[in-house]
Design a protein around this ligand. Structure first.
Ligand code: HEC
Length: 245
C-alpha cells in the first residue's frame, strides 16, 4: 500500500502538468542557427528577466562565445551584477526568501526551462498574460493560472486584454473568446512583440542545450571532411586503375 502511495505521489505533478497544458499552445518557430535572434533574445533576457531569474548552470563567457558577442560588449551591456567576472555563473542576486515574500513563489532558475516546459509552452506563456484586476499584479495568464509573475514585458506589449466577439452559433448570438489583444500603448506592434518573444524563447532553448549549437557547426566540419575524403578516394581509385588497363 505504501508503495502505491509513493508511486501516486511521484506521478501527481505529471497530472497537474497535463491539466495545465490543456490550453492549445502556439507553435514557436525558433531557429537556433539565427545568431541575430539569439543575441536579441539574450539582450531581452538580461534586461527583463535576469533581475528575478538566474540561469545558473551557464557562464557569461560561454554565452558570449556561442552567440558571437565580444566579451567587452557582454560585460558592458549584459552583465548587471556589480563586479561579476566574465567566467562567472549566471546567478542572480535575489534570495529565495525574498522572491517568495514578494511574489508568493520563488522565481525559478530558467537554464533548463525550455526542456521542462517546451518551447511552444514558453512562447504561449509570454504572450498569454492578460489584465485581471483580481490578481495582486493585475494580470493573469492563459497557460499559468494565477501566476505569481508580473507581466514584465508590458512596456513592450502594452496592456493585454482578453478579446471577445459576438458570433452566430447554432442560430444564437454568442460571445466567443478570440484571443488576447494589446491596447496599443506598448512600444511594439503585436507582430514585433511576437518576434521579440520568439527571440527570447530561442535564447532559452539554446540555454537548455548549448551543445545543439556546437553540434550544428560540427556537422559542417564532418560534411567538409566527407567531401574531401570522397575526392581523395576517387583520385586514388583512378590512380590504381590506371595501372590495370
Ligand atoms: C519581477 C520578478 C520577475 C521577472 C522580472 C520575471 N519573472 Fe518569470 N517568474 C517570476 C515568478 C515569481 C515566477 C513564479 C510564478 C509562480 O510560480 O506562480 C516566475 C515564473 C516564470 C516561468 C514559469 C517557470 C515554470 O516552469 O514554472 C517562466 C517561464 C518565466 N517566469 C519566464 C520569465 C521570463 C522569460 C522573464 C523575462 C521576460 C521573466 N520570467 C521575468 C518572477 C519574475
Amino acid at each position: 500500500m505504501k508503495r502505491i502511495i509513493v508511486v501516486l505521489m511521484t506521478l501527481l505533478p505529471c497530472f497537474a502538468f497535463a491539466a495545465g497544458s490543456s490550453v492549445p499552445l502556439d507553435k514557436a518557430n525558433y531557429d537556433l542557427s539565427d545568431q541575430a535572434s539569439l543575441q536579441t533574445g539574450a539582450k531581452l533576457f538580461m534586461n527583463y528577466c535576469s533581475g528575478c531569474h538566474s540561469t545558473q548552470y551557464q557562464r557569461y563567457e560561454r554565452v558570449a562565445r556561442d552567440l558571437g558577442i565580444p566579451n567587452e560588449l557582454m560585460q558592458e551591456n549584459l552583465m548587471f551584477i556589480k563586479d561579476t567576472k566574465i567566467g562567472a555563473l549566471m546567478e542572480n542576486s535575489m534570495s529565495e526568501e525574498l522572491g517568495a515574500k514578494w511574489f508568493g513563489a520563488t522565481p525559478p532558475d530558467l537554464t533548463l526551462v525550455a526542456r521542462v516546459r517546451g518551447a511552444d509552452w514558453l512562447y504561449t506563456y509570454l504572450r498569454g498574460f492578460y489584465e485581471d484586476p483580481s490578481r495582486p499584479f493585475g494580470v493573469n495568464n492563459t497557460v499559468f493560472k494565477d501566476v505569481g509573475m508580473p507581466h514584465v514585458l508590458q512596456e513592450l506589449q502594452g496592456v493585454p486584454r482578453k478579446a471577445f466577439e459576438t458570433q452566430l452559433i447554432d442560430g444564437e448570438q454568442k460571445e466567443v473568446y478570440v484571443g488576447i489583444r494589446a491596447d496599443g500603448s506598448g512600444e511594439m506592434s503585436s507582430d514585433e512583440y511576437d518576434k521579440a518573444v520568439l527571440d527570447l524563447v530561442n535564447f532559452m532553448v539554446y540555454s537548455g542545450e548549448p551543445m545543439q549549437l556546437e553540434r550544428r557547426s560540427m556537422g559542417w566540419w564532418v560534411m567538409g571532411f566527407l567531401v574531401i575524403f570522397t575526392i581523395l578516394a576517387v583520385l586514388l581509385k583512378k590512380e590504381y586503375f590506371r595501372d590495370l588497363h
